[in-house]
Design a protein around this ligand. Structure first.
Ligand code: GLA
Length: 382
């Protein structure tokens, strides 16, 4: 699957630019648990997957740069000296943003051409954007020998998202996409930006994604609003981030915050604790506990943090009706995208079929099921 993508971008690059490019694969990610905790300096538990973005990149000697999004059949030519964000929602902002952030670090790059294509549907909550940003920064670092570390690169990708895309995201997606490790999930401390890899072998269980195939609008502004609310409460509590708060601390400012924001902060504190407990459950091979934590996470995301939607809630309810699914929850920023399900291996297909049929009946729309493999992070393809 990945090989086909790589061949496609290579062929398209050769056809268009007549030189052999560097080839990069940059994966998307899943997240077992720990949602909306990253920008609160908390813990998350993501893994890179075998789906993502393939990019072909090489220097250009024509005096200008070109980026081609093969899936969209869209080409843009640009000048490195006059970059500014394109209109909201444009794919080129991911490319421009990375270039601009590299330049902000006083690193010099020359013109380049890039062709990319992905196999993560946009809006799936699997971080196709981080995969793209990382592929661009990784490619430019190689091409122009910028000497950036992987840590530098993910911070550049994150800033690109903040300043060019307009989403004040945390570091989870870029980290997981860059540092992913085959067969492992990464228990990441978003304050220190250091992670502990956990080998994920659930024996007779597995992780499975179901994509609602919806992405409700306003998700970006809702995301930024939640981040601001969390920061405002941290300030009230006189702490750096909600990661430093206990439930009892929150009680002390209860009358100073709205009931809605109180619930949001409470969710973050609880989710952070769940993420730590989930790591213990995996260490102990205790999948029942892991599954229960995953269900609790969804409950919190839906009723406290309010980032779910009917389609996600419906798929989680379907999972709850099936005793072979130990846990299910929405994954990523929310308002659409995928649920992640911890399901018995020999029952996964049957559950996928039942849930898909029910979903179609309920929403007159198809959902998509993905069986994923945990994979290595952004890398050069030889
Ligand atoms: C998006 C953001 C991440 C993270 C998740 C929610 O994917 O890019 O930084 O905040 O939402 O956990």
């Amino acid at each position: 699957m990945t090989n086909t993508l790589i061949k496609e971008v290579k062929t398209a690059f050769l056809k268009e630019f007549k030189t052999a490019p560097l080839l990069i694969f940059s994966p998307g990610r899943i997240n077992i648990i720990g949602e909306h905790t990253d920008y609160n300096d908390g813990f998350v538990f993501p893994a890179a997957v075998n789906k993502g973005i393939a990019a072909a990149i090489e220097k250009s000697d024509t005096g200008q740069s070109t980026a081609i999004a093969l899936d969209l059949d869209s080409t843009i030519e640009f000048n490195l000296d006059t970059l500014k964000p394109s209109k909201e929602g444009s794919w080129e902002n991911y490319v421009f943003g990375v270039v601009a952030e590299i330049q902000n670090r006083n690193k010099t790059i020359g013109n380049f051409n890039i062709v990319f294509k992905g196999n993560i549907p946009g809006g799936a909550g699997m971080s196709s954007s981080a995969a793209l940003e990382n592929s661009v920064v990784f490619g430019l670092n190689e091409l122009f020998q910028l000497g950036l570390s992987k840590e530098d690169m993910i911070l550049i990708s994150q800033k690109a998202e903040h300043n060019y895309v307009g989403v004040k995201c945390g570091i989870m997606d870029q980290y997981a996409s860059m540092f992913g490790k085959k067969d492992h999930a990464l228990h990441l401390d978003c304050r220190t930006i250091k992670s502990k890899p956990y080998k994920i072998d659930f024996k007779d269980h597995q992780l499975m994604l179901i994509n609602t195939n919806v992405k409700h609008s306003l998700s970006d502004s809702a995301y930024n609003d939640r981040r601001s609310a969390c920061e405002a409460i941290s300030e009230l509590l006189n702490i750096k981030a909600l990661r430093d708060a206990k439930e009892a601390d929150l009680e002390t400012v209860k009358d100073k915050v709205s009931p809605e924001n109180y619930q949001k902060a409470l969710y973050v504190i609880q989710e952070n604790n769940r993420t730590i407990k989930a790591a213990k459950a995996i260490e102990n091979n205790d999948l029942e506990t892991l599954g229960a934590l995953i269900y609790q996470s969804h409950e919190g995301l839906s009723s406290q943090y309010k980032v779910s939607c009917d389609e996600l809630d419906y798929l989680v309810a379907q999972a709850k009706q099936n005793k072979h699914v130990l846990g299910a929850r929405m994954m990523g920023g929310g308002f659409g995208g995928c649920t992640i399900n911890l399901v018995a291996k020999n029952e996964a297909e049957a559950f996928a079929e039942t849930a898909s049929k029910a979903y179609k009946k309920q929403f007159d729309k198809d959902c998509s099921v993905y069986f994923i493999e945990l994979s290595d992070g952004t890398h050069l393809v030889k």
